[in-house]
Ligand binder design. Structure first.
Ligand code: NAD
Length: 238
């Protein structure tokens, strides 16, 4: 139904958190999934559990490592049909204390990592005449929030990069969309007090709440969608 059976999908940051649910959901649809992460032990354990999946160690900021991951995916599965750029980090501080190191770290992983991933898979997708790239932004890519300066800038950047790529790559059959999660309870959000949030659906998200959206964007049900922003936030930013 999703058309994902047999397709090859790379999920960055797939070893834990929300990314792990993307890996499991794409695998359940029959995709052959590459778990790409800096967390080797967790990533390998997950790939071992899922028949046909494989783990590739990847720091998304490392240009050469991207070439290796794409080459290994092509060698194993013969294609790269789907890329989910999910790896991300967050940091926060008032602007006077927002160090250059903090800024550079969050821009490097969230924005430059997404750019490098998109660039690395495009030749294989162009050769195949098809592909779906899902870039993970955030509600912080749609609005401003105090103290999250680098994170917000990176996620706005991911949203913008998604649009320029959608325009450029549409004629090649490659779709590029962004997903904008709200507050999802993972290791990234342990400092957030859910009781202080105003969410129309009455609760913060669980990691699995995003998986259906990623399957939709990765698969054929979204065949006429590109450059779109899918907000999955329980109505928080409505
Ligand atoms: P998480 O911290 O639980 O998981 C992040 C994953 O990315 C980990 O597996 C980590 O090892 C990996 N990673 C980090 N740096 C990496 C690098 N340089 N190279 C490769 N992998 C790397 O976080 P999460 O909450 O699951 O977030 C996943 C994505 O969703 C992120 O892009 C995040 O910005 C986005 N997001 C999360 C929320 C939320 O509320 N949790 C909300 C909006 C958007």
């Amino acid at each position: 139904m999703s058309g994902l059976a047999g397709r090859a999908a790379i999920v960055t940051g797939g070893a834990r958190g929300i990314g792990e649910t993307y890996v499991r959901a794409l695998h359940a649809e029959g995709a052959r999934v590459v778990v790409a992460d800096v967390l080797a032990d967790q990533g390998k354990a997950l790939a071992d559990e899922l028949e046909g999946a494989r783990f590739c160690e990847l720091d998304v900021t490392d240009e050469a490592a991207w070439d290796r991951v794409v080459a290994e995916t092509l060698a194993s599965f013969g294609a790269v049909d789907v890329l989910v750029n999910n790896a991300g980090i967050a940091n926060a501080a008032p602007i006077e204390h927002f160090t250059l190191a903090k800024w550079n770290a969050v821009i490097a992983v969230n924005l430059t990592g997404t750019f490098l991933g998109c660039r690395a898979v495009v030749p294989a997708m162009k050769a195949a005449g098809r592909g779906s790239i899902v870039n993970v932004s955030s509600v912080e890519g749609l609005r401003g929030s105090e103290r999250l300066h680098g994170y917000t800038a990176s996620k706005f950047g991911v949203r913008g990069l998604t649009k320029s790529l959608a325009v450029e790559l549409g004629p090649d059959g490659i779709r590029v969309n962004s997903i904008h999660p709200g507050i999802i309870l993972t290791d990234m959000t342990t400092r957030i007090d859910p009781a202080r949030l105003q969410i129309p659906l009455g609760r913060p998200g669980a990691p699995g709440d995003l998986a259906g959206a990623v399957v939709f964007l990765a698969g054929d049900a979204s065949a006429y969608l590109t450059g779109a922003e899918l907000v999955v936030d329980g109505g928080m930013t409505t």
